[in-house]
Ligand binder design. Structure first.
Ligand code: URA
Length: 210
């Protein structure tokens, strides 16, 4: 049984995260670091992936050898910042199916509203890894997971770079069955919903939109 929250404390992850947090890190470096860190996080989140045996021939003999069942996996990016994490994970698991969830926050109700939703078929048969770098209030993440469950997903993991205690609590309340993997659990949210100390707006830093 996986814990509800796993913090990936590997020195390479922590070192790269520190560089990403620095306000003077350029867009190009931020993107490169995100790519590298997502490979390392992918390693952790896929630790218990289903395997199947295949008969192969080595130069010396035949053997039954384990392979990841990539077709049984679905990666779901929560737009837009999720795409930065998605790229790295896909590099490690190129056979994975990929979905996208787009949500924006209604300024009046403050509730997440869906503007895009496209996911692979047969989610009920797959391990689904939802990716979004920043678990802040947890409202949009919880809403995205709700949509995935409505599509049949039963085995879901949530992968992020940074989490706030508020977001972890929100996810635990809404989806106690969805384990969270993150590189760090920060102190708090500020009044604008940013993670503190955090790294700023992940999408803006990734795409240079600010
Ligand atoms: N989204 C971000 O990109 N950064 C935060 O700190 C919170 C939400």
């Amino acid at each position: 049984m996986t814990d509800h929250l796993t913090i990936v404390t590997h020195p390479l992850v922590q070192h790269k995260l520190t560089l990403m947090r620095k306000k003077d890190t350029s867009t190009a470096s931020f993107r490169q670091l995100l790519r590298e860190i997502s490979l390392l996080l992918a390693y952790e989140v896929t630790r218990e992936l289903p395997m199947s045996m295949q008969r192969i021939e080595t130069p010396l003999t035949g053997m039954d050898a384990p392979l990841i069942e990539g077709k049984k996996l679905a990666l779901v990016s929560i737009l837009r910042a999720g795409n930065g994490l998605l790229d790295g994970v896909l590099e490690l698991i190129p056979a994975a199916r990929v979905g996208f969830v787009g949500l924006y926050r209604d300024e009046e109700t403050l509730q997440p509203v869906q503007y895009y939703y496209k996911v692979p078929t047969g989610l009920d048969q797959r391990l689904v890894i939802a990716v979004d770098p920043m678990l802040a209030t947890g409202n949009s993440s919880a809403a995205a997971i709700e949509l995935l469950k409505k599509s049949g997903a039963k085995d879901i993991r949530f992968l992020c770079l940074l989490a706030a205690p508020e977001g972890v609590a929100r996810m635990k309340e809404a989806h106690p069955d969805v384990p969270i993997f993150t590189a760090a659990l920060d102190e708090r949210l500020n009044e604008k919903g940013y993670i503190v100390p955090g790294l700023g707006d992940a999408g803006d830093r990734m795409y240079g939109t600010k």
